[in-house]
Write a new protein. Structure first.
Length: 365
């Protein structure tokens, strides 16, 4: 499987190339940046235009084996001089980059939808060029995507309150392949390996943050855990097939709330009824209609949980959520193995757990 690179990496590479063109008069054919994942990115630089005070460059998005609506799209950066002697990098979005119109996202209302990690990447790489040329004024960096407004209609941006274009995103700088068959085959191989090593419990999580939660809070050896991505149902099937005695699933509320409704593939393309399920849990927890409406209008599950917490219905709601998750895990596995689950949130940590969950994190289980 081939990994790709995020819109954030593309924007960073284009901005760095434009900075070289503006400050050094260099029209690069390729540009190198280092992604937060520690993987070097060296794309071709396209559509270079340079004047005495401004430079424009583009990098074409490459998504690898991941199905992505932005694959092949040109991400542009325009870099211009601000003669203020402050040595800053000021970033904004141009045509085709969305604007945030609702609270609760990575950037505040009114800002361009260029998330915090890409902003840091752009600043770090552009400042390298500024230092190389002893440049003491500031640079303005405008990121634009000519096709962005059209592409945004194929994403969840309009629903999230991001208007006018796509988001410039990415936390690692790379896009991990999501070819379904290849990914499920990889999950199977990893499960077979730990089973062959004598493990009776399969410890799984949709992503790295779930692993980090287990490590940081329980000291769990992550070499014994398996990333199941969005394919929880198929992973449970394989766990039963391979003869495990139990399974522990750990994940963020944003993913696992879907499991409380019996959704076994948590990819947003498959299903996204997070707020409806959060609202249902709140009702079970004794919430009034004002609370329910607030949850349904939330942009994230953490925002919805905050509303529950403010109204004092969070504990009862999460107890219900954990019961439903356990019910659907048992249904999928046919009751043939012990199923346990831990749900967390970035802001609060542990939100809920099934009765035997922590027991399965013991090294001798």
């Amino acid at each position: 499987m081939n990994y790709g690179f995020t819109t954030g990496s593309c924007a960073t590479a284009a901005a760095k190339a434009a900075a070289y063109a503006l400050l050094g008069g260099i029209r690069l054919e390729k540009i190198k940046i280092m992604t937060p994942a520690g993987i070097e990115y060296e794309p071709k630089v396209e559509d270079v235009t340079v004047t005495s005070r401004e430079a424009h460059c583009a990098v074409r998005k490459y998504s690898g084996d991941d199905p992505d609506v932005t694959n092949g799209t040109l991400i542009y950066a325009s870099v211009s001089i601000i003669p203020d002697g402050k040595e800053e990098v000021i970033i904004d979005g141009g045509i085709g980059v969305g604007r945030v119109t609702r609270p609760g996202l990575d950037q505040p209302v009114g800002s361009s939808a260029i998330n915090s990690v890409p902003r840091k990447m752009i600043k770090d790489e552009v400042r390298k060029v500024m230092r190389e040329y002893d440049f003491e004024d500031s640079l303005s960096v405008i990121i634009s995507v000519p096709e962005g407004e059209e592409l945004a209609g194929k994403t969840f941006n309009p629903r999230l309150g991001i208007e006018g274009g796509i988001s410039i995103i990415g936390t690692s700088g790379i896009v991990e392949p999501m070819s379904t068959k290849a990914l499920i085959d990889t999950i199977r191989i990893e499960l077979k390996q730990i089973r062959a090593e004598g493990a009776k419990t399969a410890v799984i999580s949709p992503g790295n943050y779930g692993f980090e939660f287990m490590r940081d809070n329980y000291g769990y050896d992550l070499d014994k855990a398996v990333k199941c991505s969005n394919h929880i149902g198929e992973t449970l099937d394989m766990i039963v097939e391979l003869g495990f005695k139990s399974v522990l699933l750990t994940g963020h509320i944003g993913k696992l709330i879907k499991l409380s409704g019996g959704i076994m593939n948590t990819h947003s393309h498959e299903a996204d009824c997070r707020m409806e399920l959060m609202a249902a849990a709140a009702v079970r927890g004794g919430a009034d209609m004002k609370t329910v409406r607030g949850i349904l209008d939330s942009l994230s599950t953490e925002e919805a949980y905050q509303i529950m917490q403010d109204e004092g219905t969070d504990e009862a709601a999460m107890k219900y959520v954990m019961e439903r998750i356990r019910f659907y895990m048992d249904a999928r596995t046919g009751g043939r193995i012990q199923t346990e689950c831990i749900v967390y949130a970035n802001k609060w940590g542990l939100l809920g757990k099934t009765p035997g969950a922590e027991e399965l994190l013991r090294p001798d289980v």
